[in-house]
Design a binder for this molecule. Structure first.
Ligand SMILES: Cc1cc2nc3c(=O)[nH]c(=O)nc-3n(C[C@H](O)[C@H](O)[C@H](O)COP(=O)(O)O)c2cc1C
Length: 184
């Protein structure tokens, strides 16, 4: 009889804890429609994330999500861009193989003749020294999300407060200022 080694089902959110850099790439770019479905992805984003450009196009942008990222960051991102503003954040993204990379991300609406057509995003390398404090912040925010008993928008308030305290403690007026000062 053939002995077959047991293959566990592949968990798409499986992570390795291994961090990868951006190599020689300056920016990783993508565009989405209004619902966050990827319509364009740069070759640099494909290369670093480990997905082919064709695997990214047509997928929801959460295909890149790392489980360490708090929901609240994405709640703030969508609140901001749906209000026709640009969002700046530090983001930990998961590669196809479970590795991860840290990026300083700008997401902004694409507006033509007063109508939002979709969103555009560009990701840059953050300074290496800021990464450990964002890692701790995200853990604190996830803990705050779990403690909050609500299942509607109120559930984000405690983690937003954790983030606001973090920004103030570092001497910045707002998240955007702090993120922009972290470019590598
Ligand atoms: C232009 C654009 C770029 C985005 N880039 C990322 C990204 O790099 N990583 C990520 O996890 N989510 C990104 N998002 C947010 C996702 O659409 C999604 O809200 C997030 O991954 C959380 O998804 P979930 O709540 O379904 O898990 C982006 C959204 C837009 C509109």
């Amino acid at each position: 009889m053939l002995s077959m080694e047991y293959q566990p089902p592949i968990d798409i959110r499986q992570v390795t804890g291994h961090v990868v850099g951006l190599g020689s790439h300056r920016a990783l770019q993508s565009k989405t429609d209004c619902r966050g479905i990827i319509t364009q992805a740069s070759r640099s984003l494909a290369e670093i994330s480990g997905f082919a450009v064709d695997e990214l196009i047509g997928q929801p942008h959460n295909i890149l999500r790392h489980p360490d990222m708090p929901d609240t960051v994405y709640y703030l991102m969508w609140q901001t861009i749906q209000a026709d503003d640009e969002f700046f954040g530090i983001v930990k993204n998961r590669c196809k193989n479970g590795d991860h990379y840290w990026v300083l991300t700008r997401v902004a609406p694409i507006v033509r003749e007063g109508q939002t057509q979709g969103y555009t995003s560009a990701r840059f390398l953050p300074r290496a020294d800021v990464v450990p404090e964002w890692e701790r912040l995200f853990a604190d925010m996830r803990a705050a999300e779990q403690r909050s008993g609500h299942d509607d928008q109120r559930r984000f308030a405690p983690a937003v407060e954790v983030m606001n305290r973090f920004v103030r403690r570092h001497g910045y007026a707002n998240l955007q200022q702090m993120v922009l000062s972290s470019r590598g």
